[in-house]
Write a protein that binds this ligand. Sequence first.
Ligand SMILES: Cc1cc2nc3c(=O)[nH]c(=O)nc-3n(C[C@H](O)[C@H](O)[C@H](O)COP(=O)(O)OP(=O)(O)OC[C@H]3O[C@@H](n4cnc5c(N)ncnc54)[C@H](O)[C@@H]3O)c2cc1C
Ligand code: SF4
Length: 600
Amino acid sequence: MPFVTASTQRGPYDVIIVGSGAGGGQTAYTLCMEGVRVLMLEAGRNYTPSKETAMFQTPDMAPLGGTATPDKSFGFYDATVDGGWEVPGEPYVTVPDKWGGHFTWWRARMLGGRTNHWGRISLRNGPYDFKPRSRDGLGLDWPITYDDVAPYYDKVEMLVGVYGGNESRENTPAGPGDTLLPPPAPLVSDHLLMQRAPRLGIAVLPGRRAVLTRAQDHRTIPAKLHPGNPRAQQILAQAMRNRSPCLWATPCGQGCSVAANYQSTTVHLPPALATGNLDIITHAMVYEVTTDKKGRANGVRFIDATTGRHEHAAARTVVLAASGFESARILLNSQSSRTPNGLANSSGLVGRYILDTVGSSVSGQIPLLESLPPLNEDAAGGLQVYVPWWLYQEQLAHKLPFPRGYHIEYGGGKTMPSVGTGANLEWLTGGSYGRKLKEDARRYYGSFVQFDGRGAMVPNDNCYLELDPVVKDQFGIPALRIHWQWGESEQRQAAHMQETFGAIVEAMGGRVGTPVVTDPVKAISSGGQMIHEVGGAIMGADARSSVTNRWSQTWDVPNLFVADGGVFPYNADKNPTLTIMALAWRMSDHILERMRRRDL
Ligand SMILES: Cc1cc2nc3c(=O)[nH]c(=O)nc-3n(C[C@H](O)[C@H](O)[C@H](O)COP(=O)(O)OP(=O)(O)OC[C@H]3O[C@@H](n4cnc5c(N)ncnc54)[C@H](O)[C@@H]3O)c2cc1C
Ligand code: SF4
């Protein structure tokens, strides 16, 4: 029985994993496939995408046409069944930045975490991204290189299934050639961007997303991922056969009942459970890592949210994968006479150097795309094409007023009509009614394009987490207090996004929906809005300047690991989740190696 409770857990376990999202799912998969007995503790409820996903429901079938509400900020059908910008009973505190802005923290509380909803954009960090300080003197280097992580990017791409082009660009690497699935066919709006952006010296590439454009190669991939392990190969082959290629018709944010896109609940957990080595306790809110007399981790304490009782689970090794900030919170709350400032915190850096992604957006209306006849509108439900950062050399030569770059996520096409489709056309029509309104709605439907910049952030001392001295959650666990302050470099980068997007809209023969924002302070999104928060338990080259070593293993407690974005010392422009999974796999291989040596 893989789903157990505090009283029916079947210890002793080799490893406890806290959290079941991208980091926890990948860790459970890798360890269980190699015969390790794992207990996963997840704060949220169980979730079964094949039964619960509102994949084929249309907006008209939902209350308020499925539109966003405060408790469903991404709409009624959002796959996040519990969680969002607010999690009832789980407050956090934010300290306003010097312009009065606040960090907002988006959390999922369910099996699979945020991977049930995420955008599935899966970009590799490049070589510069692992050594940013060595390149321009700012921020922090990772203690590892791209070459250390590249084999794990290959593995994750093959396992979860990522589409994209194999073309490499400066600091935009691709795998050896057979790790990516073919990209989807471009839409007419994609073709227009591909034709016009190069006029500005901007190259457009196929997007990369964790979505199956065709069935996975279940005959060869399992042997590549699990050489010498026939049982793992067999389990993975079956898991791959159980996934269907994309239907190109349903919004991925509602989840995918046919497992065509990556969710921990459809890709990582089913094969891990099929090994028989994984037990899961849901509704388990972990608040402390416990240690033995020698200071080694020996388990975790958690609250069973269904009974309110404090429980304990034991294992030889503990992996925190509760999402970056939450893992830092658990470490800070793991206080004892030996660790009054929290566990693994001899450096004083737990909670320090938190990061997000710089965001800024511009939309445009393109007359060339008006009144188009129905064309191929089968789209991937997300990034079809994108623009990787293209000005590395200009930055190195100090020709730009900010040090790090961004990529452009582009969207267009005729997405499923919903509340708001055909609204706010007055700036184009001057106002219309009746038959003319319907004609206008048809004319402009599909003529809008969207540019979202996603940019790198240099770590700074003003962004950090601490425990709030007063506020506690419903379980009595001290809440996080989040300090946040964008640097001026990031703000200038956001203003550059705005100007660039405006120029591209113009090159496409269009006009921007709202004026381009040139004030850097106003151009940037507020902290947390990109939902790419990382840091707080950073990895580094020595114990004084970091929390974990190059294997995501805490310096202070050798059998305690961090498998989420907490270990990032730098957040490149690339969306973080593919790197979280690659590092989790790399860390798991290290755990396996040490277990074989009886070192854990
Ligand atoms: C709308 C949206 C779009 C996104 N788009 C992209 C994208 O396109 N590309 C990209 O790279 N990233 C994207 N992200 C971010 C991505 O979802 C995260 O980077 C990724 O899920 C992080 O994985 P994780 O395992 O660290 O955390 P999560 O996926 O958040 O999982 C953490 C799990 O731990 C559980 N947990 C938390 N605290 C505790 C506790 N104390 N005890 C027990 N369990 C606990 C949570 O309930 C959760 O299930 C997006 C996120 C959102 C919300
Ligand atoms: S568009 Fe494809 S990947 Fe997305 S939910 Fe639908 S079938 Fe799944």
